[in-house]
Structures are given as structure tokens and as C-alpha cells.
Write a protein that binds this ligand. Structure first.
Ligand code: GTP
Ligand code: MG
Length: 334
């Protein structure tokens, strides 16, 4: 399963302006020569990769993009102005395909890369350009060429920066729903989530990161118990693991923590080496709140800082997201 965001749009570059047919008419120059100027070139359609965008969602609302036409040439050898280019910003990592041929037009894998995806038409020559020793009174000029028109498909592969792991029903989907644009199903039974989901978290209007919600793990998942552990491949390339615990389960959270880590380790040596943020969810429930100090101490004894949150009341969520961003910025990819 791949996480691909796609959008289809129509683009049309500007047409070139027409060349002009004109002759000089001045008081003391009875037979002025040809002075029709050239038309301006049409504007190009350019896509540019930007770090400020993260999805292709905006393209669902605006599907047609046009660049400006070149201005027609005028007398007195006045050239028409070139049409302005139309720049379309897309997220870094966007690939652009021609829908008709299926061919890849551009692959914008770095920030601020630009690619012309539809060329503006050339402006036509004015009659001043057609003059020669044998052809003193040219009456011809060229029309501007039409701008290129294309139907294109944008594709963006989303990669998760952080992955949510934990037993079923601990509130992984509730967390991604709370902090990101994803709307997964949340329900009070195990294995509500049966396929991975990605969510984009916008942080203070300036940064963003992608979180993956995957199905719950149970002891023996690496032997195929529950939904198995094959979903862990979707978080193999993340920088960070958000490990969610739920103290309303009838078990010791530190033991739960070890069981899940054991599953990560059985899946792959690199997964268990990733940094983790350990979250204690459901602290709105009184029994959890009462035990929180003890839990914090237990984890502290293993050099782990617990992040208490409630996905229902929102308590602790801002601090958690701050910490995720901080850790994503300081953690190296394993
Ligand atoms: N009281 C309380 N309930 C919560 C909290 N977070 C989640 N829940 C409830 O816990 C249940 C399970 O939540 P989900 O988000 O579906 O859990 P999950 O970890 O995604 O579960 P699976 O997809 O089955 O692995 C739901 O009934 C949620 O409403 C919380 O902070 N407080
Ligand atoms: Mg879920």
C-alpha cells in the first residue's frame, strides 16, 4: 500500500501576440518604411517546488491554470510585451505526468526547483522584419503561436515522519484525528484500524510533519497474531515512534511497553533503534490520573519521560506536539 496524493489539472500557456503590419507616416518622410513590431511571447506555465506546501489538496478546488498572452506588436517597431508566466507552487516531491501520454514531465525532488510544463507561444514577427533589398514594402506579418495546452496529473508520495504504535484501542487513531487532518475511525473495540492512515500535522502555520496511524499490535504479532506485524513496514522510514499506552487496560503499562517494543524488535533491528516518545493516553479517566505519578516514576526509573495526554479533553496535546517537532528536528534517521 502506498500513500499517494494525486490531483489532475488543466494548464494553458499564453499565446504569442501577433506581429503588426505598419508603415512610418511622418511629415517629411513621404514614403516611410515598414515599422510593424513583433508580438510578445506568451507566458509559460511553470511548476515550482515549495517547502511551504505539503499536500495536493488545493488542486481539488482550482483545476484550471492559464498564463498571460503576449501583447500584439504595434507600429513604430513597438514590440508587444511578453505574457507573464504563471507559477504553480507544489509540495517538494511532486511528480508531474502528462495524462494523455502518461509520460513523466518533471520530478521536483528538491526545494525551489522549477520546470516549464507548458510553453508559451512565440510572438509573431511584425512586417518590419520582412523587409529586404528586393522586398521593400512587406505586407506580411506573423500571427502569434498558440500557447501549449496540457492536461496533467500531479502525484505526491507521502512519507511518514513519525509512526504511532501501541496495543489496540489505546487511542492511536484518536491522537492522529486530534492533531492532524486525517479522519480515521475511532471505536471502542480492538482492531478498529485495519489499514495504515497518514495524517498531516500543521505546526504553528510554519512547519508540518506526517504521522502514520497503523493497526494495533499484540503480543505475538510477529507470528501473525491479531493483524500481524506487516504494517510496521509503513513506519520503517520514520524518524520517530510515538508509543501510546493506555492505563485503563488491565495490565501494567511498563509491561505493555516492553511487549510492544519486543514486537518492534522482532520485526526489525532498525525499528527498535528509533527514538520513541512514550505517551500515556486517557488521563481524563480518574483511575489513570490517580496512578499517573506512580507510572511516571516507574518509567523515570528506566530513563523514560512519560507524556500524559487525553485525546478526549485535549490535555497535554500541545506539549506533545511541541515535543514531536523538537525531536523530529534533532533526531537522525535510523
Ligand atoms: N476517555 C478517553 N477515551 C479515549 C481517549 N482516547 C481514545 N479514547 C477512546 O478509546 C477507544 C479507542 O480509540 P481508538 O483511537 O480507536 O484506538 P486505536 O488505538 O486507534 O485502536 P485500534 O485501531 O483498534 O488499534 C475509543 O472508544 C476512543 O473514544 C482518551 O484520551 N480518553
Ligand atoms: Mg485505530
Amino acid at each position: 500500500m502506498k500513500f499517494i496524493d494525486t490531483a489532475e489539472i488543466d494548464v494553458k500557456a499564453g499565446s504569442g501576440g501577433n506581429g503588426c503590419v505598419s508603415f512610418r507616416r511622418e511629415k517629411y518622410i513621404p514614403r516611410g518604411g515598414p515599422d510593424g513590431g513583433d508580438g510578445g511571447n506568451g507566458g509559460n506555465i511553470i511548476v515550482r517546488s515549495s517547502l511551504r506546501l505539503f499536500t495536493l489538496v488545493d488542486f481539488r478546488y482550482v483545476r484550471h491554470y492559464r498564463a498571460k498572452n503576449g501583447v500584439h506588436g504595434k507600429g513604430k517597431k513597438m514590440y508587444g510585451r511578453n505574457g507573464e508566466d504563471r507559477i504553480i507552487d507544489v509540495p517538494v516531491g511532486t511528480q508531474i505526468f502528462d495524462t494523455r501520454t502518461g509520460s513523466l514531465i518533471a520530478d521536483l525532488s528538491h526545494p525551489d526547483q522549477e520546470a516549464v510544463i507548458a510553453k508559451g507561444g512565440k510572438g509573431g514577427k511584425g512586417n518590419a522584419r520582412f523587409v529586404s533589398s528586393t522586398h521593400q514594402v512587406p505586407l506580411e506579418s506573423e500571427p502569434g503561436a498558440p500557447g501549449e495546452q496540457r492536461h496533467i496529473r500531479l502525484e505526491l508520495k507521502l512519507l511518514a515522519d513519525a509512526g504511532l504504535v501501541g496495543f489496540p484501542n489505546v487511542g492511536k487513531s484518536s491522537l492522529i484525528k486530534r492533531i492532524s487532518n486525517a479522519h480515521p475511525r475511532v471505536a471502542d473495540y480492538p482492531f478498529t484500524t485495519i489499514a495504515p492512515i497518514l495524517g498531516i500535522v500543521r505546526y504553528k502555520d510554519e512547519k508540518s510533519f506526517v504521522v502514520a496511524d497503523i493497526p494495533g499490535l499484540i503480543e505475538g504479532a510477529h507470528h501473525g497474531k491479531g493483524l500481524g506485524d506487516q504494517f510496521l513496514k509503513h513506519i520503517e522510514r520514520t524518524k520517530l515512534i510515538i508509543h501510546i499506552l493506555d492505563a485503563t487496560r488491565d495490565s501494567d503499562p511498563y509491561n505493555d511497553y516492553r511487549i510492544i517494543n519486543n514486537e518492534l524488535k522482532s520485526y526489525s533491528g532498525s525499528l527498535i533503534k528509533k527514538e520513541q516518545i512514550v505517551v500515556m493516553n486517557k488521563i481524563d479517566i480518574p483511575v489513570v490520573r490517580d496512578r499517573l505519578i506512580d507510572y511516571k516514576e516507574t518509567f523515570r526509573a528506566h530513563a523514560i519521560d512519560l507524556f500524559p495526554v487525553s485525546c478526549v479533553s485535549g490535555e497535554g496535546i500541545v506539549m506533545l506536539v511541541d515535543e514531536i517537532v523538537r525531536r523530529l528536528e534533532t533526531t537522525k534517521q535510523v
